[in-house]
Write a protein that binds this ligand. Structure first.
Ligand SMILES: *Cc1c(COP(=O)(O)O)cnc(C)c1O
Length: 392
């Protein structure tokens, strides 16, 4: 060994204690951690006693993730929230926890398409049977419920692309009567426009990727609950799978949440305005729950506090080439998946033939429109040109 054993290695590794006292930042700091240290060996040995809210290891939460979770719980009048890496993960972690071989699952047929793939592939291959039901007919759900076998009923309201609103209180009533739990994807509304736990839902899932993040630059999801036993079971699944979230992403979500009220008010107002104008100027069907002829309009008025920025335009009898030609002329809308950011997005969607709503012809495309924060005249100029191009 040479002289370099004299280097100050320990000073490099152990930072001096810096007081936090007086550091009252308005922003929630980003706390990064894998290891959490304990004051003594006994505290380490009994670390399980810190559950469910204390800190034991980075994977199970940091003050940054806990703050975001507590803020979402407050928004929903919930007991606890669990953050997960995506909206899809919020749904699949819930289903994996609640369903085992031999169980039966009922899902609305207008659900976010990757959820259908999950039920067919992962759940189907592990012996869980899934059936899809018409989101607009509680009687259809009732006929398919199998008391003692149906563990979970899953709804998405409004549903992806076709925008039906579910009668959640009624669905809750028949699900409970059959002994099934009820889960709801509330991504479109967020806790600001709808609080499904108050309507009889047991588990709320949201893609924070959309309106909470709000800027198209993060992926995150949330599972929001009142029942502490359900909470412990889902936390267990995530811990066994080794799934956690980054405090950096949670910090961005906390920032997004601060302006979500303003953004939603704005995009809700503009999406309603554009939906009315499209309905007036085009022969095509506009699917927006604010429109009196849209399925679920009455339920939307009863259960929602307003509109967010996503709706669809149903183009009947127009070839895919003609639709694409019109989309390629858009100046302000960007073409892409996902939504809920500051930029307006449009995406051509095809509805699979396993839906209660069937396209009226082979040449039917649904345009999913997400309104952002651009000037409404620029957005209307795009949409007006588009409906002109697909008017024949
Ligand atoms: C986007 C979306 C999801 C999935 O969210 P990710 O964070 O992209 O996984 C789930 N449900 C609905 C209704 C969505 O729009």
């Amino acid at each position: 060994m040479r002289k370099n054993t004299q280097l100050d290695d320990t000073r490099c590794v152990v930072p001096p204690e810096t007081p936090l006292e007086g550091f009252a930042s308005l922003a929630v700091p980003v706390y990064r951690a894998s290891t959490i240290v304990f004051p003594n060996a006994g505290a380490y040995r009994s670390r399980a006693d810190r559950a469910p809210d204390g800190y034991t290891y980075g994977l199970s939460g940091t003050p940054t993730t806990r703050t975001l979770e507590a803020q979402l719980s407050a928004l929903h009048d919930a007991q606890r929230t669990i953050t997960v890496p995506s909206g899809q993960a919020a749904i699949t972690a819930t289903m994996l926890t609640l369903l085992k071989s031999g169980d039966h699952l009922l899902v609305t047929d207008n659900v976010y398409p990757p959820v259908k793939q999950f039920t067919r592939k992962i759940l189907g291959e592990s012996g869980v049977e899934t059936e899809f039901f018409d989101p607009t007919r509680v009687a259809d759900l009732e006929a398919r419920l199998r008391p003692g076998r149906t563990r979970l009923v899953w709804v998405e309201s409004p549903g992806s692309t076709s925008m039906e609103i579910c009668d959640i209180p009624d669905i809750s009533r028949v699900s409970k009567a059959a002994g099934a739990l009820l889960g709801c994807d509330n991504t479109w509304a967020t806790g600001l426009l709808c609080k499904p736990l108050e309507l009889g839902v047991d588990i709320v899932a949201e893609a924070l990727t959309k309106y909470v993040g709000g800027h198209s630059d993060l992926l995150l999801g949330a599972i929001i609950l009142r029942d502490m036993e359900l909470y412990a079971r889902i936390r267990g699944t995530l811990s066994y799978l080794g799934i956690g979230v980054s405090p950096d992403d949670c910090s961005l979500a906390l920032r997004g949440l601060q302006t979500m009220g303003l953004r939603l008010r704005h995009v809700g107002e503009v999406s309603e305005e554009l939906a009315y104008r499209l309905a007036e100027h085009s022969r095509h069907t506009v699917l927006h729950p604010c429109l009196p002829n849209c399925p679920g309009h009455r339920l939307w008025q009863r259960d929602f506090k307003g509109s967010s920025g996503v709706f669809s335009l149903q183009l009947d009898g127009i070839s895919a080439d003609a639709v694409d030609g019109a989309l390629n002329e858009l100046k302000t809308f960007a073409i892409g998946a996902s939504w809920g950011g500051t930029r307006s997005i449009i995406a051509p969607m095809v509805i699979a033939d396993d839906r209660h709503v069937m396209p009226s012809s082979e040449a039917t495309t649904y345009l999913r429109i997400s309104v952002g924060l651009e000037n409404v005249d620029d957005l209307w100029a795009d949409l007006h040109r588009l409906i002109g191009m697909v008017s024949t």
